[in-house]
Design a protein around this ligand. Structure first.
Ligand SMILES: [Zn+2]
Length: 373
C-alpha cells in the first residue's frame, strides 16, 4: 500500500491510499457490504453510479456462508462480487461477539456458535487472517478483544492485554505468510482498544504503532457511549496514533461524527447508517435528515435534496418515493440507498476539498449552519 498525506488543514488531513485495486482519496467513507453486497445494490451500482473506491465486507458472515474456500475458488471477493476496486474486511470478532448468544473470548481467541445453524467455531488471530487471505481483501483487520461500554477497569485492562498479544501474533503471522508468497498485495491494520479510558488508549496505541501495521484503526467506540465521550477519546489518543499511516475509526457514524472526527485527524470511516436508515425511510440531506413517510410529501414534486446530484434526486420526486415506501416496493430500498450513500460519499469529498483549500474550520461552521432538521 502506498500512503501519502497530501494536504492538512489544522488537524484534518487529505491523503491518498493506493492499493493494488484502487486509489482512495481521503477522508473516505466506506459503504458496508456485509455479505459482499451493499444491501439492495450491486457492484455496478457501487462503481458506476456511486463511484465508491472501497467497500467493506464482513468476515464472520462470509466465513459462515458461503465459506471462505468457496470465495477463494470464485476469484476472491473481487471475482465473486465483481466489484473490482478495493475491499476492506473486518476480523469477524465484532459479529462473533454481538450475534452469537454463546460467544466466549479466552486467551487464544473467541469461541462462538453460528447464528445460522448453531455449529461451533473458534476465531483466533491466525484463523481470521486465513479467511481474509482467501477473500483476497485489500485491507485485512486483525482480531481484537472487544468490550461493551461501560466496562470495569479490570475488563478494559484484560481487553488491552489480549488485543496487544493478538496484534503481535497477527503481524508475525502475516510476515510469515508473505514470506511464503501469500497475501503479498494485502495490507493489514491494527486495532486500538481501551474503551473511553485515555490512559488505556494511549498504552494500546503506543504498543500497536511499534508493530509494522499498514494502518491503524480505532475500535470499540460508537458502542453506546455519549458522542462527546467518543470525540474526547479520539482527540486524547490521536497524538499517539502514528500520523504517517492511515487512521480508521471503525463503525462511525452520523454525518456530524464524520465531520468531528475528520477535524481530529481521522481518515477513514464505515457505518451501516446510510443504508440501514434508507431502508426505514430516513434520508440524509444538506439540511439534516427527515423521514419520507410523512404526509407532507404525498404531493411534493421536489427531489429528496434539491442540492443533491445523485441518481435518485436527478430522476425522482419525494412524492414518488413516499408512495414506494408506503407500498413497501423494493425499488424504494435501491433508490433511498443510492441517495444516502451518495450523501455520505459526497460529504467526504466536500471535506477533502475544504482541507485542500485549508478552509476546514469554515466548512465545519457552514455544515452546522445549514442543518435545520
Ligand atoms: Zn440525492
Amino acid at each position: 500500500m502506498e500512503f501519502k498525506i497530501e494536504y492538512k488543514s489544522s488537524n484534518a488531513r487529505a491523503c491518498c491510499i493506493k492499493t493494488s485495486h484502487s486509489e482512495i482519496l481521503t477522508p473516505v467513507f466506506m459503504p458496508v457490504g456485509t455479505l459482499a453486497a451493499i444491501k439492495s445494490l450491486d457492484a455496478i451500482d457501487m462503481s458506476e453510479i456511486l463511484d465508491a473506491k472501497i467497500i467493506l465486507a464482513n468476515t464472520y458472515h462470509l466465513y459462515l456462508r458461503p465459506g471462505s474456500k468457496i470465495i477463494k475458488q470464485m476469484g476472491g471477493l473481487h471475482g465473486f462480487s465483481k466489484f473490482n476496486r478495493s475491499f476492506l474486511t473486518d476480523s469477524g470478532g465484532f459479529q462473533a461477539f454481538s450475534l452469537s448468544a454463546n460467544s466466549k473470548p479466552d486467551e487464544e481467541g473467541i469461541k462462538f456458535k453460528s447464528h445460522i445453524d448453531g455449529s461451533l467455531h473458534y476465531f483466533t488471530p491466525k484463523s481470521v487472517l486465513d479467511a481474509q487471505y482467501d477473500f483476497n481483501s485489500d485491507i485485512m483487520m486483525i482480531l481484537d478483544d472487544l468490550v461493551a461500554l461501560p466496562a470495569s477497569k479490570e475488563r478494559i485492562d484484560l481487553s488491552l492485554k489480549r488485543t496487544i498479544k493478538w496484534a503481535k501474533e497477527a503481524i508475525d503471522y502475516h510476515k510469515f505468510k508473505q514470506s511464503q508468497g501469500i497475501g503479498i498485495e494485502q495490507n493489514i491494520f491494527g486495532i486500538i482498544q481501551g474503551g473511553t479510558d485515555f490512559e488505556a488508549r494511549k498504552i494500546c496505541a503506543q504498543a500497536l504503532c511499534e508493530m509494522s501495521f499498514d494502518g491503524l484503526a480505532i475500535g470499540g467506540l460508537s458502542v453506546g457511549e455519549e458522542n462527546e465521550a467518543m470525540y474526547d477519546t479520539v482527540e486524547a489518543m490521536m497524538p499517539y496514533v502514528d500520523e504517517n499511516r492511515p487512521r480508521y475509526l471503525m463503525g462511525v457514524g452520523t454525518p456530524e461524527d464524520l465531520v468531528e472526527n475528520v477535524s481530529r485527524g481521522v481518515d477513514m470511516f464505515d457505518c451501516v447508517m446510510p443504508t440501514r436508515n434508507a431502508r426505514n425511510g430516513t434520508l440524509f440531506t444538506s439540511f439534516g435528515k427527515f423521514n419520507i413517510k410523512k404526509a407532507e410529501f404525498i404531493t411534493d414534486n421536489l427531489p429528496i435534496d434539491p442540492k443533491c446530484s445523485c441518481y435518485t434526486c436527478k430522476n425522482f420526486s419525494r412524492a414518488y418515493l413516499n408512495h414506494l415506501f408506503k407500498a413497501k416496493e423494493l425499488t424504494f430500498f435501491r433508490l433511498a440507498s443510492l441517495h444516502n450513500l451518495h450523501y455520505y460519499l459526497d460529504l467526504a469529498k466536500q471535506m477533502r476539498q475544504a482541507i485542500i483549500k485549508d478552509e476546514f474550520e469554515n466548512f465545519k461552521r457552514e455544515f452546522y449552519r445549514q442543518r435545520t432538521c
